[in-house]
Design a binder for this molecule. Structure first.
Ligand SMILES: Cc1ncc(COP(=O)(O)O)c(C=O)c1O
Length: 411
């Protein structure tokens, strides 16, 4: 029998990205004339945050100066030198030759996993965790193995559990720090314990640090700074969050100890050649970005801190709800008590909230938690007034949901 016409490839069947997929539901509600408040996507520009003026000027200047062509596949040398210098200052050993610019950190992840994983190979990803890595692994026919982060231990992962998940097919360990969706920042001890597991089993460490400048409390320890001279670490960064410019789509990877993975480095470069290059004009922003005084983040972080505090306090005041205090990024992972699933799933809760109150969050199972556990991710980028209003509507809905579900049960 011949294949049906226009059929998509089987690999797209299980390809999911809840953060955007759920928007379809919100659009249906809007089509009925209802207003929706979107708290599903981590795009600061939607909520009045803008990149620093110096970077906007540098980007415009680059275009006016004629930098509108292709760059070398790895990126322009001046920007690679700036990134390597910055990494070295933060204790990450690397060279300009180990830096490669990409179409956001998203493409960096895609290049590394595509270069590393054959079908059936395994990659360790955090649960809950940003779903990009799961999506790429699915596309490659590779297998994601989830390791947990414990809400009762401030979302820290456990190295022993990590070790217990490893098989001969495990090739990489993804660590997202600061974490999306939990807002957790890992301690040096946690990181060292995880890196020791990677060392023991010869895993490539993929260090997603796209939020490392957005910290409320504590200190960020770059994974690359703990790599010694033997552990291969590939760090992902971008202009998207740390510099508030996600639409410029510029990210980069920085390899530490590339000498122990020369073939992988060559494979990544080969893949990068075929997609030509990352966006050109934002590469001309990098030198300025790296040398900006940290004060460019004072105002955004002041606003984010207030919004974080409102979120933490409001959620913990709602009956049957809790959340840990985020230490970085702009996400909080809240939990509603669904009585072990008797009251429904996290997705049912989130969709009910959307339909009844016009508020859009993303259910925790979109990030790898169990549906019955009742987690959902809040993006606390909207201003204080919007957030207060959202949490009032959330509290009303939580009470109604419990009432309706419990009554249905009794009947
Ligand atoms: C943890 C994490 N990594 C990577 C990305 C993708 O970032 P970029 O815009 O640089 O592709 C995101 C975006 O939300 C993220 O949260």
């Amino acid at each position: 029998m011949s294949k049906p016409f226009y059929e998509p490839a089987a690999r797209t069947k299980n390809y999911k990205y809840a953060i955007r997929n759920i928007v379809v539901e919100a659009q249906k509600i809007e089509a009925q004339g209802k207003k929706v408040t979107y708290l599903n996507i981590g795009d600061p520009s939607l909520y009045g945050f803008q990149p620093p003026e110096e970077l906007i000027e540098a980007n415009i200047k680059a275009i006016r100066d004629g930098y509108c062509g292709y760059s070398p596949s790895a990126g322009i040398l001046e920007a690679r030198i700036a990134v390597a210098d910055d990494a070295n200052r933060r204790g990450i050993q690397t060279t300009p030759d180990d830096v490669l610019f990409t179409y956001g950190a998203s493409e960096a992840a895609d290049l590394v996993l595509t270069a590393l994983l054959d079908a059936g190979d395994e990659v360790l990803v955090p649960a809950p965790g940003y779903p990009l890595y799961t999506a790429i692994a699915t596309k490659l026919g590779a297998v994601e193995i989830k390791y947990s982060q414990n809400a009762d231990n401030n979302w820290q992962p456990d190295a022993d559990e990590l070790r217990s998940k490893i098989s001969p097919r495990t090739k990489a360990l993804v660590i997202i720090n600061p974490n999306n969706p939990t807002g957790a920042v890992y301690s040096k001890e946690t990181l060292e314990a995880m890196l020791n597991v990677a060392r023991e089993y010869k895993l490539v460490v993929i260090a997603d640090e796209v939020y490392h400048k957005l910290l409320f409390d504590g200190k960020h320890v770059p994974m690359g700074s703990l790599a010694g001279t033997d552990l291969p670490v590939i760090t992902m960064e971008s202009l998207s969050k740390n510099y508030l410019a996600p639409g410029w789509r510029l990210g980069w990877m920085t390899m530490t100890n590339s000498a122990v993975m020369p073939d992988l480095k060559a494979a990544i470069r080969k893949l990068a050649d075929a997609r030509l290059c990352a966006p050109m004009s934002p590469q001309h922003v990098i030198k300025t970005a790296i040398s900006l005084p940290t004060s460019y983040l004072d105002a955004p972080m002041k606003r984010l801190r207030e919004q974080r505090d409102i979120t933490f306090e409001s959620i913990n005041k709602i009956k049957g709800m809790r959340c840990n205090k985020p230490e970085g990024a702009f996400y909080a992972m809240a939990q509603v008590d669904l009585e072990n699933g008797d009251l429904g799933t996290d997705e049912e809760f989130v969709l009910g909230l959307l339909r009844e109150k016009g508020v859009l969050f993303v259910h925790g199972s979109g990030f790898g938690t169990a549906p019955k556990d009742g987690f959902f991710r809040i993006v606390f980028l909207p201003n204080a007034e919007t957030l207060r209003d959202v949490y009032t509507r959330l509290a009303e809905f939580a009470a109604e949901f419990r009432e309706v579900k419990s009554t249905a049960e009794v009947k």
